[in-house]
Design a protein around this ligand. Structure first.
Ligand SMILES: C[S@@+](CC[C@H](N)C(=O)[O-])C[C@H]1O[C@@H](n2cnc3c(N)ncnc32)[C@H](O)[C@@H]1O
Length: 446
């Protein structure tokens, strides 16, 4: 049942690593053997922990999560405009339901949009807001970052050339890899096909501010805005508030939004901790001033800043909380903020191994009271959440996110478990989509 990534185990090490003391690699082999044995032991311990769970089909939520939309749609009561990009892939669901035997089967791939819709979507995204094309745009990055990026790109290009000379990869593979990881800046080197596509967002209608926006999305841990700056031009009626603790990332996000002429984006600097979540959700006039530091240090011509000042009183008012790759416990904070606001929530969690008793921010793990009865916090932090990252245990990762889903369900949410498609794009591809199930005030306390 337990599936793990192919990490070399002690039994798969080369013979020379084992018993040839004259082998120059002997010492290295000894260390690798020890490390592999330690990993084997941890893997066994993780498996034992997972075996403490009741049989798969008796676990809470499993029967609901495996239901097809045609069977029942109780988990999707609050569809809105963004549902177009988070609809599940319905194909093969019925077959899956019958054969499902492990936690990973609970995660349905997010469906790919029709090619027409995809093309229309990307045609509205200005290059500066495109996550692949504008990471190190000269217009928005400072010289130090650009130099670092040029160095990285040059190094990567040399590496690819060497691999090709050795015959490990061919030109087509080089081109593919370079396309994916190489070209970040507009002046990295002359060999690359730097994309110089003109912006196609001249259509002013799509960028008009809409004060009667129906949906408001709050993007927590937005970084330099790779996710929501791509969504904002397409969903022009939605107001996106980008929040992060790093002013440097926010400056990049703001410059990108301004450069793209986006009027439906606001930027907010805020460092979340469990003790200030309520402050964030229930703003008072005195707190608001600390919530809009970008208004103090940004260029006065900034469209985002101006709008932020105008509507700061509603900056923390939102319908959907979004958290993409919010590290460790920060994902749990985002879910908690959504709960406090009575908002829906979409999170794609990040590194779980980063959670230790020092970094759990006082939150209890496992998150759900159901799993807490089966596994204690120490086992969870030292084995399960670490296995999800360090050992590449896919089942452990699925379990950690399933535990979060149970917490959400215990706190009044309908839950959908999804995964990014293609899942190979990142090992952190699990997505939790939570929609409010009950009225505010009925939630239980954490
Ligand atoms: C791994 S990055 C992901 C960035 C972005 N979502 C993306 O996927 O490109 C995590 C982000 O969360 C932010 N972050 C981490 N802890 C935070 C906290 N307690 N409050 C606010 N932002 C935080 C970091 O500054 C960082 O930008």
């Amino acid at each position: 049942m337990l599936t793990t990534a192919p990490i070399p185990s002690s039994s798969t090490l080369r013979q020379s690593d084992r018993d040839d003391p004259d082998d120059p690699d002997y010492r290295l082999g000894h260390k690798r053997r020890q490390q592999a044995r330690r990993q084997d032991r941890k893997r066994e311990a993780v498996q034992l922990l997972l075996e403490r769970l009741p049989p798969f089909h008796e676990l809470p939520l499993v029967s609901i999560l495996l239901k097809t939309d045609t069977d029942s749609d109780t988990t999707n009561t609050n569809a809105n405009s963004t549902s177009v990009i988070i609809e599940e892939e319905k194909n093969n669901e019925k077959n899956k339901k019958k054969s499902s035997t492990q936690l990973s089967d609970l995660y349905q791939p997010i469906c790919r949009l029709d090619e027409d819709v995809t093309n229309e979507f990307w045609s509205k995204v200005p290059t500066i807001c495109n996550p692949n094309k504008a990471v190190m745009e000269e217009k928005i990055s400072d010289e130090r970052d650009l130099m670092r990026e040029r160095y990285r790109s040059d190094k990567y290009r040399r590496k690819l050339r060497k691999q090709m000379e050795r015959g490990d990869i061919n030109q087509t593979q080089v081109d593919k890899l370079w396309e994916k990881h190489g070209k970040r800046t507009t002046n990295t080197n002359t060999n690359t096909n730097i994309d110089t596509t003109e912006d196609t967002t001249e259509d002013t209608d799509t960028n008009k501010t809409n004060d009667n926006s129906q949906a408001k999305q709050q993007n927590f841990g937005c970084g330099s805005g790779n996710l929501c700056l791509a969504l904002a031009p397409y969903f022009s009626q939605v107001r996106f508030v980008l929040v992060d603790k790093k002013s440097y990332s926010l400056k990049l996000a703001e410059r990108r939004a301004r450069d793209a002429g986006l009027k439906n984006v606001q930027i907010m600097e805020y460092e979340f901790s469990p003790s200030n979540l309520e402050d964030f959700c229930i703003p008072s006039m005195s707190r608001l001033s600390t919530m809009i530091p970008t208004a103090q240090h940004n260029d006065e011509h900034s469209t985002t800043t101006v709008q932020q000042q105008q509507s700061s009183s509603s900056s923390t008012d939102f319908d959907i909380a979004i958290g993409l790759h919010c590290c460790g416990s920060f994902t749990d904070m985002v879910m908690m903020i959504a709960k406090l606001r009575g908002a829906d929530c979409i999170v794609c969690p990040c590194c779980n191994g980063a959670m230790t008793s020092e970094t759990t921010c006082g939150y209890e793990y496992p998150r759900s009271s159901y799993v807490r009865k089966l596994i204690n916090q120490d086992e969870y932090l030292s084995l399960l959440s670490r296995a999800a990252d360090d050992l590449g245990s896919y089942e452990a990762k699925c379990f950690v996110e399933y535990d979060r889903a149970l917490w959400a369900n215990e706190n009044g949410y309908n839950v959908k478990l999804l995964k990014l498609s293609p899942e190979e794009s990142t090992p952190k591809h699990h997505v939790l989509y939570l929609t409010k199930q009950i009225q505010k005030g009925e939630e239980h306390e954490d």
